[in-house]
Design a binder for this molecule. Structure first.
Ligand code: FES
Ligand SMILES: [Fe+2]
Length: 423
């Protein structure tokens, strides 16, 4: 990200902190809560946003070498992702051409060949069928046209994108638009290395899971003893890019940043940077690392979602975490936003502890709220929620979601209307 933009965002956050006022979108919105419980809508969103929309399935670091692979199936299509012998990212339906069995039972690994566990047909990492067992008994098979079914796939800006429909085509740059593509490119995510991951399986609609990343209003309330130790809350620099957006909020280390000359300011030293990528992705940038959050509905159950969290580090950050020299430790202390409540004062938490603290905050604090919201929506009695003027990412997220599904737009609360009286 350009230094000029980093400084502009930090100044905006500092101005909000100094004035004690959060961002103001100028509007409040009401939203019917049926979007969290409606079965028919859940089916439409599954077909439109997951089965027929490009999906981010991982990062370049998930395929670190030739012949590395991993599998995913959260959006209803079993996918085998590989890096072939030429180093190209490929994606296939993870289904043998004989009778449809998954050609690997592992979640990830390195393999030049995939031998189907059922009758041992064999495929190369580029998907071609290279062996049919007992072909003399089975009968002739044209190997040239019986490779694994390939899915449209693209590796851009360190991200791995797949379209679930074999006949579809897509362009990642078009998906992002020029400005966001340029910004994402500037983070050099292709150089990052995998650090760790976690799955969260909860009784809340996938949009409620997304909603937890859409405002800073709750930081000093819900997260008072965790994230609230590190972030001020109630401040937000925000920009939309089509259906995606950028969300930045100040960490308390912004006080150290503002004391230095502007030429030395770095966004990650004083804030967390989040990109929301439509429809279900959050990329959270801290110093030296990024957490990728992928949120999925469970097909057929609007009250159930799966979140996949994974963290990746810049190689230099991984080195710093391992560093024992005094300057390295000091740099890390200044740069980091670690809030592990169990670490002794003044010490530095490990990367593992930092990741776990983040993952458990999402699961035990944010999603715990989401589960309560889900139950209230299911009661049918709580028919609307209200998004405040200080929650514009939620306005945007739900506006785009509704637009993509041809739903009527959200209703702004009229000036002078009491949201309490009309509820
Ligand atoms: S289903 Fe794969 S070899 Fe038979
Ligand atoms: Fe939160």
């Amino acid at each position: 990200m350009q230094h000029k933009l980093q400084v502009r965002i930090l100044k905006e956050l500092i101005a909000q902190l100094d004035s004690g006022r959060n961002i103001d979108s100028g509007e409040q919105y009401k939203m019917p809560t049926d979007v969290y419980v409606d079965q028919n809508l859940a089916e439409r969103e599954w077909q439109t946003l997951f089965r027929s929309h490009p999906q981010l399935i991982g990062m370049s670091a998930d395929l670190p070498e030739k012949n590395s692979y991993f599998t995913v199936e959260e959006f209803g299509i079993p996918v085998l992702a590989t890096r072939d012998e030429q180093g190209n990212f490929r994606a296939f339906l993870n289904a043998c051409r004989h009778r449809g069995v998954s050609v690997t039972r592992e979640n990830k690994g390195v393999a030049k060949r995939f031998v189907c566990p059922f009758h041992a047909w064999t495929y190369a990492s580029n998907g071609s069928l290279i062996g049919v067992s007992e072909e003399q008994d089975f009968g002739p098979i044209d190997k040239r046209c019986n490779g694994l079914i390939e899915l449209p796939a693209a590796e851009r800006y360190g991200m791995l994108w797949v379209h679930p429909q074999p006949q579809a085509s897509f362009d990642v740059d078009e998906l992002f638009g020029e400005a966001l593509a340029k910004e994402l490119a500037s983070h050099n995510l292709q150089d990052y290395v995998f650090a760790g991951d976690k799955e969260i399986d909860k009784r809340l609609n996938w949009k409620l899971a997304n909603d937890t990343f859409g405002e800073t209003y709750h930081f000093q309330k819900l997260h008072r003893d965790t994230l609230g130790q590190v972030f001020y809350g109630n401040n937000l620099a925000y920009e939309e890019f089509g259906r995606h957006h950028r969300f930045v909020t100040a960490s308390k280390s912004i006080d150290e940043v503002r004391a230095r000359p502007e030429s030395e300011w770095k966004l990650s030293h004083g804030a967390i940077l989040i990109y929301y990528l439509f429809p279900n992705i959050q990329l959270l940038f801290n110093t030296g690392r990024v957490s990728v959050v992928r949120i999925y509905p469970v097909h057929g159950d609007p009250a159930h979602s799966i979140t996949r969290l994974a963290t990746y580090c810049e190689p230099s950050y991984a080195d710093l975490v391992m560093s024992t020299d005094a300057q390295g430790r000091e740099d890390l202390r200044v740069m980091t936003d670690i809030y592990d409540p169990n670490k002794p004062a003044g010490s530095i938490a490990t990367l593992e502890a930092t990741m776990e603290a983040f993952y458990s905050t999402v699961e035990l604090e944010d999603y715990a709220m989401g589960e309560k919201q889900q139950r209230a929506a299911e009661s049918g009695v709580s028919q609307e929620v209200i998004f405040g003027r200080n929650e514009p990412p939620l306005h945007h997220y739900h506006r785009c979601f509704r637009e993509a599904l041809d739903m009527p737009p959200l209703k702004a609360v009229d000036a002078g209307e009491s949201v309490v009286a009309s509820a």
